[in-house]
Design a protein around this ligand. Structure first.
Ligand code: ZN
Ligand code: ZN
Length: 166
């Protein structure tokens, strides 16, 4: 079980600022592996110590801040004790983002499918129009040839009439 529900809660309540390094403390910072300065007092602003309340491990304040804020670690660098639970808000936003991406993908797919089915319909209509056009061309040709035949017959009849009259 983590000590706190969020990083903020841990940073506010889970740490103890030390101005003096305790006698029994490890002489090296477990994060940067640098030896704490000779004196046990935090003499410079740069060298401040912080202690995690629950497991009582000590680090440079700057080192622990970097560990938590920059590396987003949620456990103690020394004993791996879980300090705080994962940030619910960021997890929620991450999930929401993934859902939005999924939704956009689905919408895109649906739109693509719609376009495809419309294209297919248009192609089929075009094919039918082309078919009708070809058939009507054929009919026109047929009519033209019938007319020609009929014309020739009439012509032939006239000719026959002339022949018979003369
Ligand atoms: Zn350090
Ligand atoms: Zn610890």
């Amino acid at each position: 079980m983590p000590d706190y529900n969020s990083r903020e809660e841990f940073l506010w309540n889970g740490l103890e600022q030390l101005s003096r390094l305790p006698e029994d403390a490890d002489p090296n910072c477990p994060i940067c592996h640098e030896r704490y300065s000779k004196g046990t007092w935090a003499e410079s602003r740069e060298e401040k110590f912080v202690r995690i309340r629950s497991c009582r491990h000590i680090f440079h304040t700057a080192c622990l801040r970097a560990w938590i804020s920059e590396q987003s670690k949620m456990d103690c660098p020394t004993c791996r004790h879980e300090l705080y639970a994962g940030d619910d808000a960021s997890t929620f936003i991450l999930q929401l983002g993934q859902e939005v991406v999924q939704l956009v993908t689905n919408t895109q797919q649906a739109a693509d499918e719609l376009v495809t089915s419309q294209e297919m319909m248009i192609n089929r209509l075009n094919a039918e129009i082309e078919d009708h056009r070809r058939r009507s061309e054929h009919h026109e040709a047929l009519i033209a040839s019938l007319k020609e035949t009929a014309g020739a017959c009439l012509e032939g009849d006239k000719q026959t009439d002339k022949d018979s009259s003369s």
